[in-house]
Design a protein around this ligand. Structure first.
Ligand SMILES: *[C@@H]1O[C@H](CO)[C@@H](O)[C@H](O)[C@H]1NC(C)=O
Ligand SMILES: *[C@@H]1O[C@H](CO)[C@@H](O)[C@H](O)[C@H]1NC(C)=O
Ligand SMILES: CC(=O)N[C@H]1CO[C@H](CO)[C@@H](O)[C@@H]1O
Length: 179
């Protein structure tokens, strides 16, 4: 299936819900840099099940006026280590808006009071400063698009303070057919 078709379905939005989902996802790796405003460096994927564990520290309130986020995605369909950029991107936009419009990707995995205290359910703006925990988080794909490419899917998110890149994180998930 062509990437263009997949993107088209993503853009149509509601339309993708009519297809049954045929894949599952597991976390593979997590990398971050920059710790001045948001420190992701204490998050790890652990154990055979690659559960996300650790803490995220936001050193000040991240508001829409000063902070923005962009996203890019890449695919290594064979596991060779060679990634090709996918046309699925998040144009640079204010942080709260970026979280709100992409929460389908993490709202099934993160449950406030169960495996995190991050306020994913209420999405407050600004995102309040604090140290948030994540405990035994698995990649749940419930609200993801029903069509995803198979292989190693890498998402790179960048955090900007005004126009300066201040942090980046890179998450690789493996997308496989359901057994
Ligand atoms: C994650 O951390 C919690 C303690 O915060 C611990 O009980 C649990 O075993 C850890 N999970 C893994 C997979 O290491
Ligand atoms: C942090 O990672 C991003 C994305 O991979 C990269 O563009 C940026 O140059 C890195 N910054 C530093 C200081 O290494
Ligand atoms: C934390 C921070 O840098 N806040 C700044 C956000 O932007 C306004 C101006 O738009 C500054 O006054 C704040 O200090």
């Amino acid at each position: 299936m062509g990437t263009r078709f997949y993107i088209l379905l993503m853009l149509i939005g509601e339309a993708y819900m009519i297809f049954p989902k045929t894949y599952e996802a597991s976390f593979i790796s997590f990398n971050s840099n920059g710790t001045e405003y948001a420190d992701f460096s204490k998050i790890r994927f652990l154990g055979r099940e690659r559960m996300a564990n650790g803490t995220l520290e936001l050193k000040l309130d991240l508001d829409d006026k000063n902070f923005s986020v962009s996203g890019e995605s890449f695919l290594d369909s064979t596991g060779s280590g060679e990634y090709k950029q996918l046309p699925f991107t998040i144009p640079k936009q204010p942080i709260c808006q970026a979280l709100e419009s992409n929460k389908i990707f993490f709202e099934a995995s993160l449950k406030r009071g169960v495996n995190t205290d991050f306020p994913i359910d209420t999405n407050p703006c600004p995102v309040p400063k604090g140290i948030y925990y994540f405990k035994d988080v698995l990649a749940k794909t419930d609200n993801w698009p029903s069509i995803m490419p198979r292989g190693y899917f890498k998402a790179v998110a960048k955090l900007f303070k005004n126009d300066e890149l201040v942090a980046a994180l890179e998450i690789v998930v493996r997308i496989t057919d359901l057994p």
